[in-house]
Ligand binder design. Structure first.
Ligand code: PMP
Length: 404
């Protein structure tokens, strides 16, 4: 007789769930489908040749690093290079504070394991990155959702929560071109947030995979840099970034910059997860960047994605009926559409899929799951012509939708 596995699942894994939305989105791999659903980079822009050459070079010239077990903290030259970039962004941090992670997703899980006890409050933007909620669900935090507007997190709302005596283990924030809304935290709010963190000893997890992908203006100053400026060292902010959006997500190489007092524990947590991030991927990432690939490649991403964003904004403007609103992200990969009150975007998705266009309904990004009339659209993956066709299909579905 076979084992009934659902009875054997540990309590913490029972908290995990696969969403109905994910199942619906599986349908979007059909060839005629135009999907704005995934959070994918444009595959035709992957620097495949350079990465291939770097892998070969790593194996031929440095097999002792690229093919061997390595330190849990990461490949030393890569850590040094990243610490240098962080310095250039205004962070006073050393390579010893720089840990290589298997994507930022792993960093989120590590931090959940390290900082969340069951029932402990954690403060999150509402809406927020779904992958963080999924990573932390098994640790059973008490989510404290905080409202956002077009300037990002409403820092005043956090101040009120803190003034009421709630002490979150940390605040989680995607500070630039947020996934899912595309919104960026305004400079004055960044300053106010870091001051608040100092007043209440509040740790902040700043997740910043999109900061370099700006299509207008200049790069926003990370909270981690402001923390260093204000307190003379990195004190409150744990900063995450990744090669996923800048080179390719297939490498699974990201980084975490942490205050000194947290490093040893983080290393212990990572040891239990995977000993270390893949050596070959780390050495290849190092070699490509040492040879200047990022400096050449990121401007290309900015140009192509910036153009796709413009095409999507223009198509929305040309086709969507009155009463539908959307954000105007200055960078990143997503924009956020708000339908009239009472409209249910999950219901709309079913119809959209039959019209060969897909998106992610916004509800899943809300910690309380209480907002049903929003949707996330990705603009980095599809070429301009498909974006135009996809938005016109979507607008047709929206126009014909009457809530049941
Ligand atoms: N954080 C955010 C906000 C993201 O959007 C993503 C990727 N979608 C991640 C973390 C995970 O990225 P990685 O590929 O580095 O694990």
């Amino acid at each position: 007789m076979s084992i009934n596995w659902s009875e054997r699942i540990a309590q913490r894994a029972r908290e995990m769930s696969s969403s109905a939305i994910r199942d619906l989105l599986k349908l979007t791999v059909q060839p005629e489908m135009i999907s704005f659903g995934g959070g994918l980079p444009a595959p035709e822009l992957f620097p495949s040749e350079e990465i291939g050459a770097a892998c070969e070079q790593a194996i031929v010239e440095a097999p002792g690093s690229a093919l061997q077990y390595g330190p849990t903290e990461g490949h030393a030259p890569l850590r040094e290079m990243i610490a240098g970039w962080m310095h250039d962004l205004g962070m006073r941090v050393s390579p010893a504070q720089t840990l290589i992670t298997s994507g930022s997703q792993q960093a989120l899980d590590m931090l959940g394991k390290l900082l969340i006890d069951p029932g402990a409050p954690i403060a999150v933007e509402s809406p927020t990155y779904l992958g963080a909620l999924q990573a932390w669900q098994p640790y059973r935090p008490e989510l404290v959702p905080l409202p956002m507007d077009d300037q990002g997190l409403q820092v005043e709302a956090l101040a009120e929560v803190l003034a009421r005596g709630v002490r979150p283990r940390f605040l989680y924030i995607v500070s630039s071109f947020q996934n899912p809304t595309g919104v960026t935290l305004a400079p004055e709010r960044r300053q106010a947030l870091v001051e608040l963190a100092g007043r209440y000893d509040l740790p902040i997890i700043e997740d910043d995979p999109y900061g370099e992908l700006y299509y207008e203006g200049t790069r926003a100053t990370p909270l981690a840099a402001l923390d260093c400026q204000l307190y003379g060292e990195l004190r409150h902010v744990i900063y995450l970034s990744t090669f996923s959006k800048l080179l390719t997500p297939g490498l699974r190489v990201g980084w975490m910059i942490a205050p000194t007092g947290l490093i040893d524990k983080l290393v212990q947590v990572k040891q239990g997860l995977d000993l270390h991030t893949g050596s070959l991927a780390q050495v290849a990432a190092y070699l490509t960047c040492r040879d200047g690939l990022l400096t050449r490649h990121v401007p290309v991403l900015r140009e192509v994605y910036g153009q796709r964003r413009d095409v999507m904004l223009a198509a929305l403007h040309a086709t969507m009926p009155a009463g539908v609103r959307w954000t105007h992200p200055a960078g990143g990969m997503f924009l956020w559409v708000t339908l009239p009150d009472g409209w249910d975007s999950a219901e709309l998705l079913g119809r959209a899929i039959s019209h060969q266009v897909a998106f992610v309904p916004g509800r899943t990004f809300y910690p309380a799951g209480d907002v049903i009339n929003t949707m996330r659209l990705n603009f980095s993956f599809s070429p301009p012509e498909l974006i135009k066709t996809g938005i016109s299909r979507l607008a047709e579905v929206v126009r014909s939708y009457a809530p049941s």
